[in-house]
Design a protein around this ligand. Structure first.
Ligand code: HEM
Ligand code: HEM
Length: 191
């Protein structure tokens, strides 16, 4: 008797996957650079790492806005088969918060820069306008928001990655594979 293989869940499209992994890489790089650059003592190194941090952060902001536009104009995979509605709701909530933080972090960073009265450049190619006037009090608040936002983002990413690994290692329900390119099978092998 032949067994019917259980249906594989739908995958995310190539563009969505590219958006996901590039923005995930940028978030990790930004957090690492952010923690490193604030500890630097050499003014030259500090200026270079801060400039890189800001340019990469602005890149993330543009990328996330494009990603959301793509998401709203294209179909997304359906719910993960077998996942309870409550868990699906929790996962959607974490994903929504991750999107919100990927916008709030660059905006609070931009606010730090504007309220400090510094010019903002993207990879030395062009300048961006200030989003607020120079203001020492607001600068302190923006720094607090940026730092608090970062640790909130860390908690969300740990929960998100933990859930992805739990699905992969324990539930083995193909959730992680949805976000990875399909592996080509060598000709002649059965599915
Ligand atoms: C997801 C995006 C970002 C992440 C994860 C991130 C993360 C961090 C971290 C971990 C720090 C060090 C801790 C702190 O003092 O707050 C930091 C500092 C800083 N970030 Fe970001 N950042 C992001 C985007 C940006 C952007 C787009 C800008 C500017 C346009 C920016 C400007 C700054 C500045 C000026 C500081 C130094 C704050 C200080 O002197 O206390 N950040 N960031
Ligand atoms: C090793 C690290 C990571 C793994 C293994 C991972 C895995 C996944 C997987 C499997 C999905 C698809 C879930 C589904 O099909 O329902 C997903 C979605 C998502 N991931 Fe990650 N992820 C990682 C890092 C990150 C990071 C660092 C961020 C952002 C800070 C992030 C943001 C998101 C968002 C926003 C979604 C929802 C996509 C949507 O519904 O539009 N991920 N992730």
């Amino acid at each position: 008797m032949s067994r019917t293989p259980s249906p594989l869940p739908e995958r995310w499209g190539a563009v969505s996957q590219l958006f996901h992994w590039v923005s995930a890489g940028l978030v990790v790089a930004l957090g690492t650079i952010g923690l490193y650059m604030t500890e630097l003592t050499s003014p030259v190194a500090k200026i270079r790492w801060y400039a890189l941090h800001k340019s990469l952060g602005l890149t993330l902001l543009a990328l996330v806005l494009l990603r959301l536009l793509w998401r709203w104009t294209h179909a997304v995979p359906g719910a993960i088969p077998g996942m309870s509605r409550r868990l699906q709701f929790a996962a959607d909530g974490v994903h929504g918060l991750l999107y919100a933080m990927m916008i709030a972090m660059p905006l609070s960073g931009w606010l730090i820069n504007s309220t400090a009265g510094y010019p903002l450049q993207w990879f030395r190619l062009f300048n961006l306008p200030a989003i607020a006037a120079k203001n020492e009090h607001l600068n302190g608040i923006a720094k607090e928001l940026h730092e608090f936002g970062f640790w909130t983002l860390v908690v969300l990413v740990v929960a998100h990655v933990g859930a992805a690994l739990y699905h992969h290692l324990f539930l083995q329900d193909g959730t992680l594979q949805r976000m990875l390119p399909a592996r080509r099978r060598p000709p002649g092998t059965s599915p």
